[in-house]
Design a protein. Structure first.
Length: 135
C-alpha cells in the first residue's frame, strides 16, 4: 500500500465556528482553510500541526455521515487518514488483503484529494481513510 505519512486526523464537531475558536484560542493553532464538501454533507476546517493536519467536520445535514456519527457516538475522533500514492490502487490492495471497504473506488474529498474509506469492522474499530493528490 505504501503509506507515506498521516495526512490528517478527522474530528467530528457539533459546531465548526465554536470548535475553531477552541483550536485557535486555546491551542494556538491557525485555521488555514474552511471548505464545504456538498456531496458528503459536511463543512470542514483545517489546521496544520507540524506536517500533519487536523480536519474538523461539521455536518450540514442530520442524514449525512457526520450527522449520523454524532447522533450515534457524539463529537470526537471520526477517522485517521493516511496518504498513499494512488487511492484506487490502495483500496484494491486492501480488499485483496481481506479488508472490508466502504468505497470500492475513490471519490473527491476536501482539499481536492482522492479519498476512499476502509470499514472500521476490518480496521480494529478505527475508520481509516486513504487519500492521494489528484493527478
Amino acid at each position: 500500500m505504501n503509506i507515506s505519512h498521516i495526512e490528517h486526523i478527522g474530528i467530528a464537531v457539533d459546531n465548526l465556528e465554536e470548535s475553531i475558536k477552541y483550536y485557535e484560542g486555546v491551542l494556538g493553532l491557525k485555521c488555514y482553510a474552511i471548505e464545504e464538501v456538498v456531496d458528503q454533507k459536511v463543512k470542514t476546517a483545517f489546521f496544520l500541526v507540524g506536517s500533519t493536519k487536523i480536519e474538523l467536520l461539521e455536518s450540514t445535514s442530520p442524514d449525512g455521515p457526520i450527522g449520523k456519527f454524532i447522533a450515534k457516538k457524539g463529537p470526537g475522533m471520526h477517522h485517521m487518514a493516511f496518504a498513499v500514492k494512488d487511492t484506487d490502487e490502495a483500496l484494491k490492495k486492501a480488499e485483496e488483503r481481506g479488508v472490508r471497504l466502504i468505497d470500492k473506488v475513490s471519490r473527491k474529498g476536501a482539499e481536492g484529494l482522492n479519498i476512499g474509506f476502509l470499514h472500521p469492522k476490518s480496521t480494529n474499530g478505527v475508520l481509516t481513510e486513504l487519500c492521494s493528490k489528484k493527478e
